[in-house]
Design a protein around this ligand. Structure first.
Ligand code: AHR
Length: 698
């Protein structure tokens, strides 16, 4: 081969190599995300990123509500559901609580060595934890028949906590005896410290008797009546009486929610109107709150839970109290007089006739009085008697859940008129139906505006593609008038991937950049549903999972939390080439100012790390430090579980504050000033990652 030829060949190869390098650099051109640091145009609403609470998946009884006894008042349709009886036990219905009249009578078992009693299975068992205190309480009285002239006899109620699965000598791991005295109903209680952790304990209660002459004869007449049997942890959230399970409530509080929507969801509507959630049944003494069959009891034939009822132990007072404790705006949703439209044929006339709507509207007006009225008002007094004389400062009320059609408008109108007339400051929330688009949605939105609703509730349980494509959803919504409450949303992975896998959370984070950027349109957003018992769920994915002793925060939980704790005071426009990042190169971004921090959220849906410059346009002072928090998993299908709750969690590290020696170097990282004198951070965003940069600025 001659030298000239070799040289030409080398030159050609070099040219090809340089060309290839240039092409790949051009392909991966480092975009610059310019943050307009001086723009204070759009405030972020205090209500942003909240909680949607519905009693689905045993979220209330068996979940957030700390009561461990199921059917404590014997008021389920089968009064002994959840209970096993042994010996001589009768159910009676002339008890001391008018709206919960059932109780049990436990009498002599037929022989002195035999027992009569009852045993409660709890909610998938009872979670008891060693070293923690519990309060057992019961309303009781002795036999109402006289024992005059007979030797004295005494009745005792003994209760045991049992571990039925143990191979140890004793199933019973705690016992205590209470003497029941007198024929009047009285409340008895025992506080004790649990000696052992058992996640599925049972509670056994039985009658023991004693007589002065030690004979059996007089003990045959002995019996006790028992009502409202409760086993409650003493350490509830905030140590509230009739309070919430501390670990679950704590997980919710750590989301720093701006709003707490309650009590649902579909349970607001009811399969029939009688079964709708009636808030008045959920306040006042717990012993007198009537139960209601939960509509998620039978909604899915393949996941039925016949013992799923609402005790209303966690009722409207407790919701308002919790909202106040965690600093969230309370957002009650009430029935508009229409039963669930999915479950009813309109020809069957399942809804309240318009001329019969007044009691439903009164429920709404009375609720506002319950929350805000003086302690001297009828409903304000109910609140005050329950322990909260000061108003709860309710500002928002939603009427109707997933309603649609002309029927809904006709039902909603008189609510709006009467609430506006009496409480003009209350902000009203209407519905856009069950879907995020389509005929019902398109029909309802203009009508909600016309009715003057302050916000409209939108629901979307959708695929990955929906979330990837909808970061721009609110960019073209009208800026004036009615605002958006993204009231129920979650990525339900395509192909049946209905669980809280990492990729679902990642696409949610991409979508949420659009919520943040459009803070002048989207005033509230709540992921749904919120809670699920691992053994009792009907619907998934859900934000927080639990069993009787453990809590797990899903990947989606961390996305919600990263938005919520970094929600900012106002939005800062963040653009690449003059446009928001809404999926170009699979990147999504938004930015806010929060106190002395500039916070930039970036989702990279591609698998690859992508170089990015972050430019601080118009920043007068210095950037004095920064952190980068990332949520990442190499496995798109990874999910946290109760056994491995920390598989996917946010990780925070410091941002390198070094200066870039040579900003032209493609892979170099660090700070430099560009030609406009703006500070620029040359960095990169890792593939399949939700990143939150926080910069301290002066
Ligand atoms: O979040 C579960 C259910 O989804 C809600 O009850 C209902 O509003 C929606 O259809």
């Amino acid at each position: 081969m001659n030298g000239m030829y070799v040289k030409a060949l080398i030159m050609k190869r070099f040219a090809l190599f340089v060309g290839a390098v240039c092409a790949s650099v051009a392909m991966l051109a480092q975009p610059t995300l310019k943050i307009e640091t001086q723009d204070a145009g759009i405030p972020v609403q205090k209500t942003m990123y909240g909680l949607f609470f519905e009693d689905i998946n045993y979220a209330a009884d068996g979940g957030l509500y700390a009561e461990l006894v199921k059917n404590r008042s014997f008021e389920f349709d089968n009064p002994l559901m959840g209970w096993t009886t042994f010996g001589n036990v009768q159910v009676r219905d002339d008890g001391p609580f008018e709206r919960c009249p059932h109780y049990v009578r436990i009498g002599y078992a037929g022989h002195p060595v035999m027992f009569s009693g009852i045993e409660n299975e709890g909610f998938f068992g009872m979670g008891i934890e060693e070293g923690k205190q519990y309060r057992f309480s019961v309303w009781a009285r002795t036999a109402p028949f006289g024992k005059k002239g007979k030797p004295a006899a005494k009745e005792f109620v003994t209760f045991h906590l049992c571990d039925d699965d143990t191979m140890g000598e004793n199933q019973m791991f705690f016992d205590e005896v209470i003497e029941v005295e007198g024929k009047e109903w009285k409340r008895y209680e025992v506080v004790f410290t649990a000696p052992r952790t058992v996640s599925d304990a049972t509670l056994r209660i039985y009658l023991e008797t004693w007589s002065e002459d030690e004979s059996v004869e007089y003990r045959k007449d002995c019996c006790v009546d028992l009502e409202h049997i409760s086993l409650f942890p003493v350490d509830t959230y905030n140590n509230d009486e009739n309070g919430l399970r501390a670990d679950i409530a704590q997980a919710l509080a750590e989301l720093k929610p701006g709003v707490l929507r309650f009590p649902g969801g579909c349970i607001v509507e009811g399969t029939t109107l009688e079964q709708r959630y009636q808030w008045k049944n959920s306040v006042g003494p717990v012993e007198n709150r009537p139960v209601n069959m939960n509509r998620w009891n039978y909604t899915f034939a393949e996941r039925q839970f016949p013992d799923y009822y609402q005790s209303y132990g966690l009722g409207f007072y407790e919701f308002f109290r919790f909202a106040e404790e965690i600093g969230a705006e309370a957002l009650p949703v009430i029935s508009c007089g229409m039963a669930c439209q999915f479950q009813n044929d309109p020809n069957d006339k399942p809804h309240a006739a318009l001329k019969e709507l007044q009691p439903y509207i009164d429920d709404a007006l009375d609720l506002i009085e319950f929350a805000n009225g003086p302690a001297t008002s009828k409903w304000g007094k109910v609140r005050a008697d329950m322990g909260h004389p000061a108003p709860f400062n309710l500002h928002y009320l939603a009427v109707g859940n997933e309603q649609w059609g002309d029927d809904f408008i006709e039902h909603l109108k008189p609510f709006v008129e009467q609430i506006r007339a009496k409480y003009p400051d209350i902000k009203l929330i209407g519905s856009s139906g069950p879907y995020s688009g389509g005929e019902w949605f398109n029909d309802l939105w203009p009508q909600m505006r016309e009715l003057g609703c302050d916000l409209v509730d939108e629901h979307f349980y959708s695929s990955e593609t929906f979330f990837e494509n909808n970061a721009t959803r609110y960019d073209n919504y009208p800026r004036e008038g009615t605002k958006v409450f993204a009231g129920e949303y979650a990525c339900h992975g395509a192909d049946g991937k209905k669980f809280n896998h990492f990729n679902a959370a990642l696409v949610e984070s991409a979508f949420m950049t659009g919520l943040e950027r459009n803070a002048d349109v989207v005033y509230m957003a709540t992921y749904a549903p919120l809670l699920a018992h691992i053994q009792g769920w009907q619907w998934r994915p859900d934000l927080v999972w639990f069993d009787n002793t453990r809590v797990m925060r899903s990947c989606s939980y961390y996305v919600q939390q990263l938005y919520s704790v970094n929600k900012g005071d106002y939005v800062l426009p963040a653009k690449v080439d003059g446009k928001p990042l809404t999926g170009q190169q699979q990147l999504y971004a938004s930015a806010v100012r929060q106190g002395d921090e500039i916070i930039v959220k970036i989702t990279n849906l591609s698998k690859y790390s992508q170089p990015l410059n972050i430019e601080f346009d118009g920043l007068q002072g210095a950037v004095t430090g920064g952190t980068l928090t990332t949520l990442y998993s190499s496995d798109a299908m990874a999910e946290n579980t109760l056994d491995e709750p920390d598989k996917v969690i946010p990780v925070t590290k410091a941002v390198d504050m070094a200066r870039c020696q040579n900003p032209q170097d493609y892979w170099q990282k660090g700070w430099y000033r560009n030609d406009q004198g703006n500070r620029v951070l040359k960095t990169s965003v890792a593939g399949s990652t939700f990143s939150v940069f926080k910069f301290k600025v002066r």
